[in-house]
Design a protein around this ligand. Structure first.
Ligand SMILES: Cc1cc2nc3c(=O)[nH]c(=O)nc-3n(C[C@H](O)[C@H](O)[C@H](O)COP(=O)(O)OP(=O)(O)OC[C@H]3O[C@@H](n4cnc5c(N)ncnc54)[C@H](O)[C@@H]3O)c2cc1C
Length: 311
């Protein structure tokens, strides 16, 4: 049985296996804080924390993480796509606030139905809006920063509202420091038609044809120096290699999938095997919890000091 409690400001707190929040379906327990407003967020950020989005770029250890894990919920996972009358102009649409906890795939479908363009190139990315913005997730057909007007970010010093011009964003990088939390964004979109947006989505989706459909955290390694990581792993004879419940996908060797019952240890064993067999150094695409920050010499958030007289 899981214990549930409530924080002073009303955040729901539950000790839960993180596996249920990741696309790989792997990860041990942590104290999860479901925060639905800024006051709850300020309270949650007062002790060491991690922010978890769609869990689509994470391999979380079987022992979980010691910090509290924040999930945006309620209004921070809600969306207002109505054009803002003051900020929108002709075919330029600036929406109301879209919560960082909103699942990106549903948002992209809703924008398509409205005939609003600019973000359809991100179709098929199983992230939350906040996580996708933080990484500037995208494809060759478009990225998150192609459709942002304003970002609201919870920092250790309080809430900040910024525009993309205020940030040093670039390829798969928003320039937002780790553990600053993207709470809400306003989208900047171009009026088009549902048919045209759908056609662009279909094009972007076609590029995913060879990807496995099973539980996975996406691509394992970045492509080193113009070479395809998948091809290198394939040439090392590793397609179909299996450890426990984890498998190097026969469809595409740069994907590790969970056949059911995989552990983080299984996945790490396959990653080690790949590194040992492929002749060139490979850089991991996904983030490891809890090791990653420590390995990169970054402190886990020390706990933020703001408490909210926030909007
Ligand atoms: C099948 C599949 C296909 C994919 N295809 C693509 C692709 O085409 N292009 C691409 O770029 N990526 C792709 N990815 C990778 C992944 O979806 C992206 O990296 C995405 O940005 C991760 O977002 P998330 O919400 O799942 O974040 P998580 O995996 O939950 O977290 C990743 C990082 O983001 C941080 N984070 C999460 N939420 C917030 C927030 N609100 N504010 C600040 N930081 C936050 C976390 O702390 C962590 O550091 C794919 C993954 C899968 C499984």
């Amino acid at each position: 049985m899981t214990e549930t409690s409530e924080s002073k400001t009303g955040a729901r707190i539950e000790r839960l296996p993180l596996a249920r929040f990741t696309t790989l379906g792997v990860g041990g327990e942590a104290e999860v804080w479901f925060v639905s407003d800024h006051q709850q967020l300020a309270e949650a950020m007062a002790q060491p924390y991690r922010i978890l989005g769609g869990g689509s770029n994470l391999v979380i250890d079987d022992g979980g993480v010691p910090e509290r894990v924040i999930r945006l919920s309620g209004p921070l996972a809600g969306r207002n796509l109505t054009p803002d009358a003051e900020l929108s102009d002709g075919d330029l649409i600036v929406t109301g606030w879209v919560g960082g906890g909103v699942p990106l795939p549903g948002l992209i479908r809703a924008l398509q139905k409205l005939g609003y363009s600019n973000l359809e190139g991100t179709v098929g990315i199983p992230a939350q809006v906040g996580g996708a913005v933080w990484m500037n997730a995208g494809t060759r057909y478009g990225e998150m920063f192609g459709g942002l007007h304003t970002l609201e970010i919870a920092t250790p010093d309080g809430l900040k509202v910024v525009t993309p011009d205020d940030l040093r964003w670039g390829y798969r990088d928003s320039g937002i420091p780790r553990n600053h939390i993207v709470t809400r964004v306003r989208l900047k979109l171009q009026r088009s038609t549902p048919e045209e947006v759908l056609a662009k989505m279909t094009l972007a989706d076609t590029a995913r044809k060879g990807q496995p459909k099973m539980k996975t955290p996406g691509c394992a390694f970045k492509n080193p120096g113009g070479m395809g990581a998948g091809r290198l792993i394939d040439e090392a004879g590793l397609k179909g290699a299996q450890v426990g419940g984890a498998l190097i996908a026969p469809e595409h060797a740069n994907f590790i999938v969970n056949l059911g019952g995989a552990t983080a240890a299984d996945v790490h064993a396959l990653l080690d095997l790949i590194r040992a067999r492929v002749g060139v150094p490979l850089e991991l695409e996904y983030e490891l919890w809890p090791d990653d920050m420590q390995r990169q010499g970054m402190p886990v958030s020390a706990g933020a000091q703001w408490s909210a007289e926030l909007k």
